[in-house]
Design a protein around this ligand. Structure first.
Ligand code: NAD
Ligand code: IPM
Ligand code: MN
Length: 358
């Protein structure tokens, strides 16, 4: 069976790390006899916008719907196009139109990497952020009034639906019940945000009644961020609204040394639409063009994509190869500068791919 993959590099370091993701995907496909057909697209980038006046071609939905998965780099280049235009015109459209309501973001301290948190070892930080990915604080409900006057008002509502909350909670509880610790943490802010957040808590309680084997705790987001730093070992599966999940999924990987290693899977669990795999990080204009971006986030996305397509063994082999090279440390392996090494995007990508081929 052939898996058709749409590859979209986007902007900045997206164009540098995507080829390394494809490098390891091709090697894994060869080793595990998987038939991947990759097609490249130049839309969903700021250069495409400058040429066409829009981020996507008119037929993007039909074009991408025909693929089994989307392998994505990063989008955004604020000096060329304002972020809200480039992001709402591409990635955020994909997540909604393809009903990718789960954003699954693993966070793991890998062997060989020094956490910025003192005395933390691999095993101390190993959890998943399950982020609601289609509603919540990322809503298009709102507007601007009395523009240009002293009475200017801007409003943007949070939208939470019972269906939207329950389906992400169900996914997170299912995941927690499969993990050895059977633990789920929910992030809200019910003391300050008095309607939507208590409602989320209510739905967590209702869902928990179906999972007696899962231990549930709940934190307000402010103290939760403190606990990510002070007690990262408390967490196993952390479920959160769109915005809180976004913040936690940069903070978590930062505690594992660098956001450059963090992958994410934007999943439509029913398989009605293609799921999208992209690193957590953005286009990093500050290092773009230097060839030093860490490709591991993108390569780990390749592993998540293969697992999603039913090739668990191949996905695991990619993660093993990443861990093996990281464990060698910056003296032995060409780790990128964010990992205190002197390697380049390509040399690290190649070293990990060679480890997979062995
Ligand atoms: P960013 O993630 O691009 O960069 C933040 C910092 O992390 C920078 O110092 C960068 O150099 C570093 N960094 C990021 N990825 C790295 C990697 N692989 N290796 C080494 N260092 C890495 O976040 P930002 O600066 O807030 O955003 C830049 C642009 O990217 C904006 O346009 C933003 O909207 C966009 N963005 C896109 C996505 C996405 O496509 N999913 C995600 C986040 C931000
Ligand atoms: C992410 C990014 C996006 C988000 C931005 C670029 C819109 O930060 O994927 O984490 O907020 O979801
Ligand atoms: Mn983010």
């Amino acid at each position: 069976m052939t898996h058709r993959i749409a590859a979209i590099a986007g902007d900045g370091i997206g164009t540098e790390v995507l080829p390394e993701g494809l490098r390891i995907l091709e090697a894994a496909a060869k080793r595990f006899d998987i038939d991947l057909e990759i097609e490249h697209f130049d839309f969903a980038s700021c250069d495409y916008y400058l040429e066409h006046g829009q981020m996507l071609p008119d037929d993007w939905f039909d074009t991408l719907s025909s693929f089994d998965a989307i392998f994505f780099g990063a989008v955004g280049w604020p000096e060329k196009v304002p972020d809200h235009i480039s992001l709402w015109g591409s990635l955020l459209q994909f997540r909604r139109a393809f009903d990718q309501y789960i954003n699954l973001r693993p966070c793991r301290l890998m062997p060989g990497i020094k956490s910025p948190l003192a005395d933390r070892e691999p095993g101390d930080i190993d959890f998943y952020v399950v982020r609601e990915n289609t509603e919540g604080e990322y809503s298009s409900v709102g507007g601007k009034m009395f523009e240009g006057t002293e009475r200017e008002v801007v409003i943007q509502d949070t939208v939470m639906t019972r269906t939207g909350i329950d389906r992400v909670l169900k996914y997170a509880f299912d995941l927690a019940s499969k993990r050895p610790r059977h633990k789920l943490t929910s992030a809200t802010k019910s003391n300050g945000i008095s309607i939507t957040m208590p409602y989320w808590d209510e739905r967590v309680k209702a869902m928990a009644s179906h999972y007696p084997d899962v231990t549930v705790d709940q934190f307000h987001i402010d103290i939760l961020t403190a606990n990510f730093v002070l007690h990262p070992d408390w967490f196993d599966v952390v479920v959160a609204s769109n915005l809180f999940g976004d913040i936690l999924s940069d903070l978590g990987p930062a505690c594992t040394g660098t956001i450059g290693v963090a992958p994410s899977a934007n999943i439509n669990p029913e398989g009605k639409y293609p799921s999208l795999f992209e690193p957590v990080h953005g286009s990093a204009p500050d290092i773009a063009g230097k060839g030093i971006a860490n490709p591991i986030g993108q390569m780990w996305c390749g592993a998540m994509m293969l697992e999603h397509l039913g090739h668990e063994e191949a996905g695991k082999a990619i993660v093993d190869a990443i861990e093996q090279v990281l464990a060698a440390g910056p003296e032995q392996a060409p780790l990128t500068p964010d990992l205190k090494g002197q390697g380049t995007t390509q040399s690290l990508g190649k070293a990990i791919t060679e480890a997979l081929e062995k």
